[in-house]
Design a binder for this molecule. Structure first.
Ligand SMILES: CC(=O)N[C@H](C=O)[C@@H](O)[C@H](O)[C@H](O)COP(=O)(O)O
Length: 224
């Protein structure tokens, strides 16, 4: 199963279908529609947040599904405990995305605990990291894939573009697949991420967040 899933997403585009609470598109109905919209266009996988969205998307698409549970928005908030991870797996995720940074977790336990819980359920773990050291540590702890998701989000100003240097370095040093994710805003950047060695590319806001896409156009017009 693991080999099949990894082969299915290799070289392709995973679309992150997420809308935070408070946004007009928040909720499983809209996110399932988003997943149904991108699947026939050639997406090789879907990434989704929350038990309700994961369950709804699982019921409408057969693509590999990467689930997570964002609990809060500071510190370790992406699937912060083994309990969160189990719930996401049981909702139908094939892969559970988990914060793989070396920061303290809300329950004081380690990343490896969550890896064990997910593996017990027969699912894979994607470690969301921000640095090379975190990626290497996550692999040692049993992560099946590593993603650059959190680069730029663990302190300091958020950069404008994707961290392709981190993509290249981790792709070179990891034995497990390295996924490029975070601020990939164009097809060219997605292609460059693959050229840097990424196994797959995850794109969210540039495809599924109309407020972000609209603001980019508006800013371009205002800058004339
Ligand atoms: C940092 C964090 O919490 N990232 C989240 C992880 O699931 C999502 O908010 C992002 O949209 C996703 O990573 C895709 O990235 P982008 O939307 O930049 O293509």
């Amino acid at each position: 199963m693991k080999e099949n899933l990894l082969a299915a997403i290799r070289g392709g585009l995973v679309v992150s279908c997420q809308a935070a609470a408070g946004l007009p598109l928040h909720g499983p109905t809209f996110m399932a529609a988003m997943a149904r919209s991108v699947a026939p266009a050639g997406a090789v996988g879907i990434r989704a947040n929350g038990v309700a969205d994961v369950r709804a998307i699982r019921s409408v698409v057969t693509l590999p599904l990467i689930g997570l549970w964002k609990d809060g928005d500071t510190g370790v908030y992406i699937t912060p405990t083994a309990g969160h991870a189990r719930a996401v797996a049981e909702a139908g995720a094939d892969v559970v995305a988990v914060d793989g940074t070396l920061r303290p977790r809300p329950d004081g336990r380690g990343f490896a605990d969550t890896v064990a819980a997910v593996h017990e359920l027969g699912r894979l773990v994607m470690a969301d990291v921000a640095t090379v050291d975190e990626g290497l540590a996550a692999e040692q702890a049993g992560a099946d894939l590593v993603s650059t998701t959190l680069s730029g989000y663990t302190g300091g100003p958020v950069p404008t573009g994707p961290d392709l240097d981190l993509v290249a370095e981790l792709a070179k040093r990891l034995a497990v697949p390295l996924v490029a994710e975070g601020r990939i805003a164009s097809p060219e950047q997605a292609r460059r991420a693959l050229e840097a060695g990424a196994w797959s590319v995850v794109v969210g806001s540039a495809i599924t967040a109309p407020q972000t896409i609209t603001a980019r156009f508006v800013d371009a017009l205002a800058a004339r």
